[in-house]
Design a protein around this ligand. Structure first.
Ligand code: UTP
Length: 289
């Protein structure tokens, strides 16, 4: 079994739900308290033993490249003033381990992943949707790599949500269940209300075999007129092992305003330096509202 050493981070979307904030600033660099969403996802990948980070970027996303670069003036000035640089950990990857490819048009998640095909090559790889913020110990991907080492094939993160919310997501048609592991018998992207095969959705972490790239090569547009990763994965079921893992932790959907504000609030409350102040401020705000 080949280990998971590469991860793809699709970051070329338009982020329309956060306009005008995303007119210039990529959604993936929005902070949760003091760390960008994309940095949390890279931290999660590093913790899982992944070495090469492949970012699929697009127009207006150049700041992402700068974030993972050496900020020479900043670091030099901080050094000369003996400032603590711990907060910068993980922002500079080993030379050659941050790779950027361009998706010229946001044609969908499946298309974004396919843009990384030559860099992924013939190995299993991970995918992270950085606006899905996963908090766990160990992290979500580390838990998934553990499951992959036992099960092989393809492992996707699985999450139970209220049935009425399923039309917004890729949904699993489940087979047998064994603790946190669910056999995946089918996948449907954005099912019409009342037609979802379960309330188990795909919240944005995947370990996939490279065959998915060959399927994506000819994948037609699906739900929303976009080339969907879910449709390509669905074609692998039955040919390769395919399992979902319900991860032990908390997920925040930071692609939505409510999920993003919730993540900031939760992490601020749990923060060792500002948690107590935030609790007091929140109490006052709630009393006044
Ligand atoms: P989303 O659907 O959450 O992001 O895609 P979006 O399309 O940018 O957001 P809205 O709906 O307009 O507000 C999940 C991830 O996939 C990337 C996005 O950048 C995001 O990180 N993505 C999406 C691409 O890289 N390319 C695409 O064509 C679509």
């Amino acid at each position: 079994m080949k280990p998971i050493k590469k991860a793809v981070f699709p970051v070329a979307g338009m982020g329309t739900r956060f306009l005008p904030a995303t007119k210039v600033v990529p959604k993936e660099l929005f902070p949760v308290v003091d760390r960008p969403l994309l940095q949390y996802a890279v931290d999660e990948a590093l913790e899982a033993g992944i070495e090469q980070m492949i970012f699929v970027t697009g127009r207006g996303k150049d700041l992402i490249e700068s974030h993972f670069d050496l900020a020479y003036e900043l670091e030099h000035t901080m050094d000369s003033r003996s400032k603590d640089k711990t907060a910068l950990r993980g922002t500079r990857l080993k030379p050659g381990n941050a790779v950027f490819v361009r998706q010229q048009e946001p044609l969908g998640l499946g298309h974004a992943i396919w843009c990384a095909r030559d860099i992924v090559g013939d190995e299993p790889f991970a995918i992270f949707l950085p606006d899905e913020f996963m908090v766990g110990s160990p992290g979500c991907m580390k838990q998934m790599v553990g499951a992959y080492e036992k099960l092989g094939g393809n492992v996707v993160c699985a999450l139970e949500i209220p049935m009425e919310d399923t039309p917004s997501y890729g949904v699993i048609d489940p087979g047998y269940r064994d603790g946190p592991v669910t056999e995946v018998k089918g996948l449907v992207e954005k099912p019409a209300a009342g037609t979802a095969p379960s309330n188990l959705i795909l919240p944005g972490r995947y370990i996939l075999q490279p065959e998915v790239m060959r399927i994506l090569e000819t994948q037609e547009a699906g739900a929303g007129g976009e080339i969907q990763l879910t449709d390509a994965m669905a074609q692998m079921i039955g040919k390769q092992a395919f399992h979902g893992l319900t991860f032990d932790g908390k997920r925040y959907d930071c692609g939505s305003k409510v999920g993003y504000v919730e993540a900031n609030f939760a992490l601020a409350l749990a923060h060792p330096e500002i948690g107590a102040d935030i609790r007091e401020v929140a109490g006052k705000l709630l009393a006044e509202s």
